[in-house]
Design a protein around this ligand. Structure first.
Ligand code: SF4
Ligand code: SF4
Length: 90
């Protein structure tokens, strides 16, 4: 049986100091559903006292957060060349 978390733990990143995803947190304040919190496979969107927090490190570059955001609050780009997901062990 394939354990998804074991596979995810194999992904390696070269983290850029420049974020490739930016979130307009002002727009998030009026978002009731907050699908990003549930859809991100890396768990990079979290809630703290009702406020949405985001960190771009560890992003799998799947694009799901951007596609599902109902308020166009996410500015999404691939990481710059050489950064982001850089190694996946077998
Ligand atoms: S879905 Fe979009 S608007 Fe809603 S909390 Fe997430 S990033 Fe913000
Ligand atoms: S692109 Fe995918 S992994 Fe990266 S923050 Fe968005 S949902 Fe999470």
């Amino acid at each position: 049986m394939v354990i998804i978390q074991e596979k995810l733990d194999l992904v390696r990143f070269n983290v850029d100091k420049e974020p490739h995803i930016r979130v307009n947190r002002e727009a998030c304040k009026g978002c009731d559903v907050k699908p990003c919190v549930y859809i991100c496979p890396a768990g990079l969107f979290t809630l703290s006292d009702g406020e949405m927090l985001f960190s771009y490190e560890g992003c799998f570059e799947c694009g799901a957060c951007c596609i599902t955001c109902p308020r166009d609050a996410i500015e999404w780009n691939y990481p710059r060349g050489g950064y982001g997901v850089c190694f996946r062990a077998a």
